[in-house]
Ligand binder design. Sequence first.
Ligand SMILES: *[C@@H]1O[C@H](CO)[C@@H](O)[C@H](O)[C@H]1NC(C)=O
Ligand SMILES: *[C@@H]1O[C@H](CO)[C@@H](O)[C@H](O)[C@H]1NC(C)=O
Ligand SMILES: *[C@@H]1O[C@H](CO)[C@@H](O)[C@H](O)[C@H]1NC(C)=O
Ligand SMILES: *[C@@H]1O[C@H](CO)[C@@H](O)[C@H](O)[C@H]1NC(C)=O
Length: 446
Amino acid sequence: MALIFTYLFSLPLSLLFISLVFTVSSALSHDHDHKNIINSFSVDLIHRDSPKSPFFNPSETPSERLTNAFSRSIHRNKKLLTPSPNDVQATVLSNRGEYLMEISIGTPPFRILAIADTGSDLTWTQCKPCTHCYNQTSPLFDPASSKTYKNIPCKTSTCMSITRGTCVTNPKLCPYDVEYGDRSHTEGYLANDTLTLASTTGRPVSFPKFILGCGKDNAGTFDKRGSGIVGLGKGQESLVSQLGSSIGGKFSYCLVPLSSEKSSKMNFGSIAQVSGPGTVSTPLLPDDFRPENFYFITLEGISVGSTRVKFRYGVEQGNIIIDSGTTLTILPSDFYSDLESAVAKETDLERVEDPTGFLSLCYKSPESGAEFLAPNITVHFSGADVNLSTLNTFVRVSDDVVCFAFYGDDSGSTSIYGNLAQMNFLVGYDRQKRTLSFKPTDCSKM
Ligand SMILES: *[C@@H]1O[C@H](CO)[C@@H](O)[C@H](O)[C@H]1NC(C)=O
Ligand SMILES: *[C@@H]1O[C@H](CO)[C@@H](O)[C@H](O)[C@H]1NC(C)=O
Ligand SMILES: *[C@@H]1O[C@H](CO)[C@@H](O)[C@H](O)[C@H]1NC(C)=O
Ligand SMILES: *[C@@H]1O[C@H](CO)[C@@H](O)[C@H](O)[C@H]1NC(C)=O
């Protein structure tokens, strides 16, 4: 494992801290001294099943990896329904994502590889000394060795607003407690320290006074090869909220297809603007639309060839979330079954069972035979028709079986537009204009 880490970390980080790091102030500090500098930079997102990822398990077959990813999609959605009985401070309805991101914390910067999660907010890592840390293969972050590390005191507006005023024991500390949808949790203290992101487009960017969690009691389904989470949701403590005005409220990502060896890219600031030929945009619902950390949009229907399938019971505003951390697209089962019939009607191949046991519409299509071409499927979001390609709608689950990568499920509280459907699109979030844009893009060329 150590070798894999060395390899990963040696990539964009050589010479990193020799160059002058330019800084902006955190948008979360309520002191109004931020300078509204628009930063533009890109970082790599590494799919957990990519050979570049330390989570990559070479002994798994591609079909086993997919089976696990499907299982994570569905598992998460099930958990959406069952909030924790002893709801502490925040229950985050998230499976914590399929992508990893490298960040550095502190002065000098300490590198961490964490799960990038568009479904949760707090960025945290396991900290020394740790009372109940899960086993981690890389060294733990030691606050004592960072010159810029500061605990956030209890009686501060930052602590009050993030923890809803629950700190009592020690006035110098602000304890936090986050429980995730699958019952994994992190507990520790909120701190502020410098966050540094290694930009793929130039020098690294630093954000002083970044609010993060120093995890002291963390358990659940975390992988020992990562250390915590980068929160990219829409709550106030998320990375994108904290960078706020300094990135003009804009970020985008371009997810490479599963078969690509390249890393996916995530962009912040003005380069995250998505425009030009083929771009379509749909409204993002206001931040207070629902308390969850997700980005809600509105799905009106889906066309298959010339058949338009509508939601059976009318269209509600904010009836679906967009999430990079869920593999499949999950829809209400009645709507899914209408959609499945329409897709089946347009496909002339022999239907077979899904060898992974998850998906319901599968066809025999030998890898060596003619390339499988899915029917043309267009997703109709409010004001944005998104034309999907075969790689967005079907996955090869074994050498000779392809399956429709949408899933019908009523047990979750919302539908999810998953990451397979987003691959090879530049997906742009503009939180100031409240729009979500899609532009067909070859993400491996970004
Ligand atoms: C933690 O991981 C190390 C190395 O992977 C292993 O040797 C050790 O037994 C593990 N400890 C526990 C408590 O799982
Ligand atoms: C972060 O730490 C600095 C000291 O380095 C302090 O002045 C500032 O108030 C802290 N910010 C928050 C939000 O606690
Ligand atoms: C989507 O497909 C439709 C029908 O083929 C076409 O009219 C439309 O221009 C396409 N949209 C984009 C953004 O390519
Ligand atoms: C799908 O759309 C493409 C481009 O819009 C078109 O060339 C092709 O004929 C369509 N395929 C089917 C099966 O309708």
